[in-house]
Design a protein around this ligand. Structure first.
Ligand code: SF4
Length: 382
C-alpha cells in the first residue's frame, strides 16, 4: 500500500534552532518549522518546565536577584497559569485537576529548574547593553539584550537569541540557555546545540559586524564557551545553503521525497504526521530500527469504556494483540471496533530487557498521574 501524500512548503527564513533536524531529515525540519503545533506529539511536562525557567530568567533579568523561595513560588504560579490555559494539552489538564502541580512535575524537578534559573541570573554579565561600537550604524534601538530577534535576509536566516551582549572591546557574546546538560559524555558540546549556537553567531556577525563573536552554552549543570571560528562559520553557511537548495522558499514540496527514515525517527516528534513513518508503523515488522518501542498501530478489536476512560485491544498487521489502557475517551474521537488506530509515545508496563516488544501500553495513570504518558498522541482512521 502507498504512503498517504503530504505537500508542504517552506514559508519562513532558515531557523537556527532546527538546523540539526535538517541534517538528519529535511522533512523533519519542515514539519517542525511549518507545522510545529499540528500533528506532532503532545506537549511534555519537561518542555513546559523549560519554557517556565526561561520566563523566570527573562522576568528577573535587570532586577534584584530573587530568593530561591520567590523563584519557586513564581514557578508554581506560572505552571498553574499554563495548565489552565485553553492550549494546555488535555492530559496535562487532567493530571493537574487530579493532583495539582504535583501531578505534572515533582518537587525535585521544580527545584532543579529554579536552581538553573538562579544560576543563570547570578552569572548574567554586566555589559548586556549595546556599546556604541557594537551598534554603530544601527540607530539607538540596538538588538542586544535577552530574547532578541536577529534577521539576516541576505542569508535567509532568522532566529531569537536567548542573550546577546557586547563587551568593552566591542566583541559580541551569544548565550543560549538549556535546561539539560549541554555536554556529551566525552565532555564535548552536544553537536546539535553547538550548531544552533554557531548559527546564532553567524546571524550576529552578519547583523552587527563585530571583530569577534564568542559563544556560550549555559546548561543546568554544565556549560561550554568558545569562539565562532572560521570552520564553524563555514559549516553553518554550507548547511544553510544546502537547506535553501533542497527546500526552496514558497514552493510546494513532496514530503515523500524529503523523508530520510532511520533510527533517528524514534526521537522525531513529528512522526505522527510523517507519511513515511506512519506507513512503516502500520506495516513494518516489530523490531524495525526506525520504530519507537512506544508506538503501535493496528485495528481495534475490543473497547471497554469506564467513566471518562477507555481501554482498547488492537490487532497489529503482524498478528499480535496489544492493549492500551487509560485512554481519555475524548482522545478517540468516536473510534470504535473495526477502526484503525495508531498510538505514539505511549507508556508501557512491559520490561523490554526480557520482552521482545511492548504489548501493554497506557496513557493516563489514575494511580500516579505524574507517571502518565503526557506526550501520547492517537490517530484514528476508519
Ligand atoms: S519520522 Fe523519520 S522520516 Fe519522518 S520526518 Fe521524522 S525523522 Fe524524517
Amino acid at each position: 500500500m502507498s504512503s498517504p501524500t503530504l505537500a508542504l512548503e517552506r514559508t519562513r527564513p532558515v531557523s537556527p534552532s532546527k538546523l540539526a533536524s535538517f541534517t538528519t531529515c529535511p522533512l523533519r525540519y519542515l514539519l517542525e518549522t511549518e507545522r510545529p503545533a499540528n500533528g506532532g506529539l503532545s506537549r511534555s511536562p519537561m518542555a513546559l518546565r523549560g519554557t517556565i525557567a526561561h520566563t523566570l530568567i527573562e522576568r528577573f533579568t535587570g532586577k534584584p536577584l530573587p530568593t530561591a523561595q520567590v523563584l519557586i513560588g513564581q514557578f508554581h504560579v506560572l505552571l498553574a497559569a499554563a495548565l489552565t490555559r485553553d492550549d494546555a494539552g488535555p492530559l496535562l489538564k487532567l493530571s493537574f485537576e487530579a493532583a495539582g502541580t504535583a501531578g505534572i512535575l515533582n518537587s525535585a524537578q521544580v527545584v532543579s529548574a529554579c536552581g538553573f534559573a538562579m544560576r543563570v541570573l547570578k552569572t548574567r554579565p554586566q555589559g548586556q547593553r549595546a556599546t556604541p561600537a557594537a551598534t554603530a550604524g544601527r540607530g539607538s534601538a540596538g538588538p542586544l539584550g535577552p530574547e532578541r530577534k536577529f534577521e539576516a535576509p541576505s542569508l535567509d536566516l532568522a532566529g531569537y537569541i536567548d542573550l546577546a551582549y557586547a563587551d568593552s572591546s566591542g566583541n559580541i557574546h551569544i548565550v543560549d540557555y538549556k535546561t539539560g546538560s549541554v555536554l556529551n559524555d566525552d565532555g564535548a558540546p552536544r553537536p546539535e546545540y553547538q550548531l544552533q549556537l554557531a548559527a546564532y553567531g553567524v546571524l550576529a556577525k552578519k547583523v552587527l559586524e563585530p571583530q569577534k563573536v564568542f559563544l556560550e552554552l549555559a546548561g543546568a549543570s554544565s556549560s561550554w564557551q568558545g569562539e565562532l571560528t572560521a570552520d564553524l562559520e563555514a559549516t553553518v553557511l554550507q548547511l544553510v545553503d544546502d537547506l535553501r537548495h533542497q527546500l526552496p522558499r514558497n514552493r510546494g514540496l513532496d514530503a515523500s521525497r524529503l523523508a530520510k527514515p532511520g533510527i533517528h525517527c524514534q526521537e522525531c516528534r513529528s512522526r505522527p504526521s510523517c507519511p513515511s513513518y506512519v506507513n512503516c508503523l502500520r506495516y513494518a515488522s516489530t523490531g524495525d530500527q526506525r520504530l519507537s518501542p512506544r508506538d503501535v498501530a493496528g485495528d481495534i478489536v475490543e473497547a471497554y469504556e469506564k467513566g471518562a476512560f477507555t481501554s482498547l485491544r488492537l490487532r497489529t498487521s503482524n498478528g499480535y494483540t496489544v492493549s492500551i489502557a487509560g485512554i481519555p475517551t475524548q482522545f478517540l474521537q468516536g473510534a470504535t471496533t473495526g477502526d484503525r488506530l495508531a498510538g505514539y509515545s505511549l507508556g508501557y508496563f512491559d520490561d523490554l530487557t526480557s520482552a521482545k516488544f511492548a504489548a501493554n501500553f497506557f496513557i493516563y495513570r489514575a494511580d500516579n498521574p505524574a507517571a502518565s504518558a503526557f506526550e501520547a498522541t492517537l490517530k484514528v482512521s476508519a
